[in-house]
Design a protein around this ligand. Structure first.
Ligand SMILES: [Zn+2]
Length: 192
């Protein structure tokens, strides 16, 4: 096999959810479609390098402030705290939420800088806010939720809520079907 193709195969095989067989098929498609699909892919991959984390919420963004944070039609008195971008995408896919996000992007515990940034985003507001703690239904996620609750409890201008019905224990938000996630979101309850 040609070494470039071998290299490409290796890269694709290392991607999540792609085995060697899928990797080989993708390679073949790319080699066969160099003038169309592959050209577009190369352009998009180059553009990827300008994606950073939003200064306010840690969402992916090509600007300092992401599209969600800078969208004035969204409710800026609601912040939904999620573990990762996959959770943000899952909630956005439901189309049921029009507030802001805060993405933790950390494994199991919160660094001091993350805590400070999160607290700052709440402290800067004068209005009453709803903070939705939407962690994955895993042991780590629930431990994080309890911890976040403990650090935000002292704020008087917030109501803490959490997702309700229907999310099976052990599941990550990205894998939950949209209907279930929509119901869990709509029936969210105060985090007691
Ligand atoms: Zn943002």
């Amino acid at each position: 096999m040609h070494s470039t193709i071998e290299k490409l195969n290796k890269i694709f095989s290392s991607l999540p959810s792609l085995g060697p067989r899928s990797a080989r098929r993708i390679c073949l498609t790319l080699v066969k479609n160099q003038e169309t699909l592959t050209k577009e892919l190369i352009k998009t991959l180059v553009a990827l390098s300008s994606i950073k984390e939003c200064d306010l919420c840690n969402n992916f963004s090509e600007k300092k402030i992401c599209d969600i944070c800078s969208d004035l039609s969204r409710d800026h008195d609601q912040i939904c705290i999620v573990e990762d971008i996959l959770s943000l995408w899952a909630i956005e896919r439901t189309g049921q939420y029009n507030g802001l996000f805060y993405v933790l992007n950390e494994e199991t515990s919160l660094s001091n800088s993350t805590q400070e940034k999160l607290i700052k985003s709440i402290e800067n507001k004068e209005s009453h806010m709803e903070i939705i703690i939407a962690m994955n239904s895993t042991i780590e996620g629930q431990a994080l939720a309890t911890y976040i609750k403990s650090i935000l409890r002292s704020f008087e201008n917030i109501t803490l809520t959490t997702l309700a019905l229907g999310i099976p224990m052990g599941s990550q938000m990205d894998y939950i079907d949209q209907g279930t996630l929509t119901i869990a979101f709509k029936t969210r309850k105060e985090f007691s």
